[in-house]
Design a binder for this molecule. Structure first.
Ligand code: ADP
Ligand code: ZN
Length: 605
């Protein structure tokens, strides 16, 4: 019975409050689990719309939900976003004064709050527990629930305190949300939170709106610049492995006229906050960052995530690349890698007192992802245990035909291996490439390596091509890198077998020189030049409204809403309400400003 009338009801709330015409995949099931008073574990990819799963029931039933969230910075934005939809929300954390917190607790006690965001450590404080018991929350929502698991990539000890939740509030349902799909993490979450017979919902992990590209890193600055050019005027994040690279690259970009701010743990709190705010408030479009602090950088209209170095696992890659296109619109994820990244991570793991179990295997799987010229979407989802529709995805460099398999790959591999063998494991990949391409360096002359048979064996290739082939042979296990004082490359047993003709190497690839002209992915054509002008005008309106209210622009409207507006060109409140993301509250609050801009545009055009 319940099902029969609840469904249209919540949908009505969804339309009225959020202005969304329907649910995203599994959202409705997740909302139902909450309304039915069950426990649940909801695993949806980044951008899958996890927040709505607990926000919609609280708004719909007008009850109190307590949301556990790890990041103070994101709490405020979430609360601002809810308030812009007319939903009473508040947060409690250490950034507030005692008085501010007392006011929030009073509002909660009076039943005036629908969604209360708190940090995990606060939730179990004795005084707070008492206050909360009196307020009788309808349920708890634990966001980023993988933080409770040591198997996750972002374990936070304070999340362990949530074990107490079940005893402190025995009758209150608990719901957990995460984007981390691995089964051990899932099992850990259920056990640690003591979820009772939970509804478990696991979404599809593929992100069809992301275009993946993976390229050997040959000239970091140039490759990053070319990619950023494809997204001029749009939000982009560039990830580096080390802080020094962040500083270097952001300075180099700035010298080329790209306004980019650095973000890493070596900056003062103040600098970090300033740079993050500049990005979130759309005053700057590009942030160059280490991965450690990515979680605090939240903007749903990020159009490009560029990895200037290889991440240490596919879990990390999925998480970081997943920050692109959270609004569901097309976005690009470019990964620039080199075999040296593998060695770097390995030495980092070893320096940290021996790699944790599985870390080296994960690193190897990451390298495999970089090296194997197979569909990136398929490779990612199969890694996470899901299958992918057969046929080309149309949204990765492999399926778009941007990667060229060297037609004479076997011959090239043999020559590269012969070069590695000739140098007997005493030199690095750079010198091997110099010898093979027949370079005339002082080192080669002094060592008389120009007399080797391998000298100039790949004269027609560029040094960069040869470097990437060495990297690919490293990945295929035919060459190995020794991490002594100077990293050198040597032949492995299988490499020797190839030279003896007893085994065949795998295919070698190189990026097509024309890759840059390739389409930016499905939907790119959607935004014609005419709409582009209106879209930019609407962005300006949004920025003004956001500034006046002291909130980030995406809290006013997402890019997806602005595009819908630019397409529909509504000139009355009734048609304005049809725009995706326009609920009653936002229509009343922001309608006039946007409608005026659209009317002016229409009259002029
Ligand atoms: P997650 O936390 O899973 O990464 P979010 O909750 O931040 O995802 O939502 C991602 C984006 O999808 C946001 O821009 C949000 O406004 C949008 N969104 C969520 N639910 C819907 C829906 N039912 N219809 C349209 N857009 C939605
Ligand atoms: Zn593909």
């Amino acid at each position: 019975m319940d099902e029969l009338f609840q469904a249209p009801d919540v949908r009505e709330t969804l339309r009225r409050v959020w202005g969304y015409p329907g649910f995203l995949p599994l959202q409705e099931e997740a909302v139902r689990a909450v309304l039915d008073g069950r426990d649940s574990l909801v695993v949806l990819p980044t951008g899958g719309g996890k927040s709505l799963c607990y926000q919609a029931p609280a708004a719909h039933r007008e009850t109190l939900a307590v949301v556990v969230s790890p990041l103070i910075a994101l709490m405020k934005d979430q609360v601002d976003a809810l308030r812009q939809n007319g939903v009473a929300a508040a947060f409690l954390n250490s950034s507030q004064t005692r008085e501010q917190r007392a006011l929030v607790v009073r509002d909660v006690a009076r039943g005036r709050v629908r969604l209360l965001y708190v940090a995990p450590e606060r939730l179990v404080l004795a005084g707070f527990v008492e206050a909360l018991r009196r307020a009788e929350p309808a349920f708890f929502a634990v966001d980023e629930a993988h933080c409770i698991s040591q198997w996750g990539h972002d374990f936070r000890p304070e999340y362990r305190q949530l074990r107490a939740l079940r005893e402190l509030f025995p009758g209150t349902p608990v719901h957990a949300y995460t984007a981390t799909a691995t089964p051990p993490v899932r099992a850990d979450i259920v056990a640690e939170l003591g979820l009772k017979d939970p509804v478990i919902l696991v979404g599809r992990f593929d992100r069809p709106n992301l275009v993946y590209r993976v390229q050997p890193r040959t000239d970091r600055l140039r490759q990053v610049l070319v990619a950023l050019e494809r997204h001029a005027g749009q939000a982009a994040i560039v990830y580096c492995i080390r802080r020094a690279e962040v500083d270097e690259l952001s300075a180099a970009l700035a010298r080329r006229g790209v306004k980019a701010l650095p973000y890493h743990a070596g900056l003062t709190d103040d600098e970090r906050r300033r740079n993050q705010d500049a990005f979130v408030d759309e005053r700057v479009d590009v942030v160059v960052a280490t991965v450690a602090f990515g979680m605090g950088i939240d903007r749903s209209d990020v159009r490009a995530v560029i990895h200037a170095g290889m991440p240490k696992s596919l879990e990390h890659y999925q998480q970081e690349a997943g920050r692109a296109g959270r609004d569901g619109l097309e976005a690009e994820c470019l990964l620039l890698w080199s075999g040296a990244d593998y060695g770097l991570w390995k030495s980092v793991l070893e320096r940290e007192g021996g790699p944790p179990p599985g870390a080296v295997r994960k690193l190897g799987e990451m390298l495999g992802f970089c090296q194997d010229p197979v569909c990136r979407h398929r490779a990612l989802v199969t890694y996470f245990g899901q299958d992918h529709a057969p046929g080309p995805c149309g949204a990765c460099d492999v399926c778009l035909g941007e990667i060229e398999t060297a037609p004479d790959g076997a011959a090239i591999a043999t020559r590269v291996l012969a070069g590695v063998a000739a140098l007997r494991g005493r030199f690095g990949a750079g010198h091997v490439a110099d010898v093979l391409t027949g370079a005339s360096t002082e080192r080669i002359r002094t060592l008389q390596h120009d007399r080797l048979e391998a000298y100039g064996a790949l004269r027609e290739a560029s040094k960069q091509d040869v470097r990437t082939w060495i990297d690919q042979l490293l990945g295929q296990g035919h060459v190995e890198r020794s991490d002594g004082e100077y990293p050198t490359v040597t032949l492995t047993a299988s490499g020797a077998r190839i030279l003896r003709g007893e085994e065949a190497p795998g295919p070698l690839t190189r990026p097509r020189k024309t890759a840059r002209a390739a389409p930016a992915g499905a939907g790119a054509a959607e935004r014609g030049p005419e709409n582009r002008v209106l879209f930019e005008t609407l962005r300006g309106v949004r920025r003004g409204l956001a500034e006046a209210r002291g909130v980030p622009p995406y809290v006013v409207f997402s890019d997806a809403s602005l595009r819908d507006m630019a397409r529909l060109k509504p000139v009355s409140p009734a048609t304005f309400l049809q725009v995706k993301g326009v609920g009653e509250w936002k229509c009343a609050e922001f309608g006039d400003a946007f409608l005026a801009a659209i009317r002016t545009h229409v009259a002029a055009g």
